[in-house]
Design a protein around this ligand. Sequence first.
Ligand code: IMP
Length: 384
Amino acid sequence: MKILPEISRTLSEYLLIPGLTTEDCTPDRVDLGAPLVRHRLGEEPGVRVATPLVSAIMQAVSSPTLAVALARAGGLSFIHQNQRIEDQAADVRAVKGHDHPASGTDDRASVDGEGRLRVGAGINSRDFKDRVPALVEAGADVLCLDSSDGYSVHQARTLEFARETYGEDVPVGAGNVVDGRAFRYLADAGAAFVKVGIGGGAICTTRAQKGIGRGQASALLDVVEARDAYAQETGVYVPLCCDGGLLNDSHMAMALAMGADFIMLGRYFARLDESPSRKLLIDGQWYKEYWGEGSLRAQNEARYGQRGRMVFEEGVDGYVPYAGGLDDNVERTRAKIASTMISCGSTNLRDFHRDAVLVPVSAESFKQTGAEVQLRLPALTSAE
Ligand code: IMP
């Protein structure tokens, strides 16, 4: 047994100190572009995104409709893998076959060499010998292993299979991890990117059920250090994806400041029109359903028992406040991240990684952030 000396910290426990904002720091000059896959330092990655947001590998999140909207907004979706191989491949085909009309923001769209929208797909380390070829055949641009704990020989074997079969042509991300050891293992095994985060998801009960996980800030800072050391040693940059528990836009800016290349979101996208779940009116307020992939509901909807009989749940089944359409939300999020970067004096993510100055906040200063104004009165009958 060994106890790490540092306490496990979340993203809310840090703030950014402003840097010098110069004339160059204007919203239209901020470039949020990020590499999605491994590449040699100084060379162009095979896949980039103009908006560093990807949607979670979840039934309640990544449908073809959401994937089309997100790719047009410059991000990327990962079609969920808790379904039959042929159904998932059909979802991928639906996105690739979408005829994508030109519009104002489309110069940002994530497109492949033939101008088709890009789409990713989740895979697992059990049926990969059948699922990977079917998804590649359907046109998936990027694949990603979908597991709450990616530090395993099973993931290494899956990566090896993809590399032996397709060489560098089919990038496969791996994860999730929360420390530098696990990052290096997956980077050595050929992961195209590594996903960071265990137990932080909005619908996640992994920490309570299994006791594994780490605060997202501590996990990210540890893995960022390992990624940078790996790049120095090998000349290969393996991008990091910060996954789970990003509750608001400032958390996204914080994750990017800490060195994440891009961000995976579940709850954020589940709230939107384009997500596949039902929209419900409850007590005058609109909600959308949102459930974890480890919840009983996800297992039931998968129906064919791909994962075998579930012995315990690792996720909850609930509702999130409805938040409108994807375009407006992504545009607002982009503007907020850009505004944070401008305050910190950065106009691109590489500079932001290098120049951001962060400070941990004490419990007392954390409390002070809460509004001291009562926002709702119990029963207002008249006002002057
Ligand atoms: P969110 O953005 O906070 O909603 O977190 C989404 C992330 O939670 C996903 O990308 C997964 O990594 C993780 N996740 C999805 N379903 C479950 C579950 O049932 N239990 C635990 N974690 C989950």
